[in-house]
Design a protein. Sequence first.
Length: 119
Amino acid sequence: EVQLVESGGGLVQAGGSLRLSCTASGFISIGWFRQAPGKEREGVSCISLYGGGTRYADSVKGRFTISSDSAKNTVHLQMNTLKPEDTATYYCAGRSGPCWLEDYEYVDWGQGTQVTVSS
């Protein structure tokens, strides 16, 4: 059974940092998505596990860094200089194809982890 498990969410003040982790196996790429109340889900970042290619949404470039630890089947999303507008439920998802930030390309999803950034 395919499983993706996120961890690392929490409450942080603006300007602070959090690191999210996603434990998963059997995928070509892992993506991070987020959804805030009343808003559509958006792609944040993704990584191709076998080539290392990455993508970032413009809103997080320069602040977020995605990386993978193949030995632990884990993908991390390091989030720095957090802003209140980063507040959302963050999901990791896997797909059997290249890294892409469109959510319809992903077939397996984690349960989500809440990130709240206070001003």
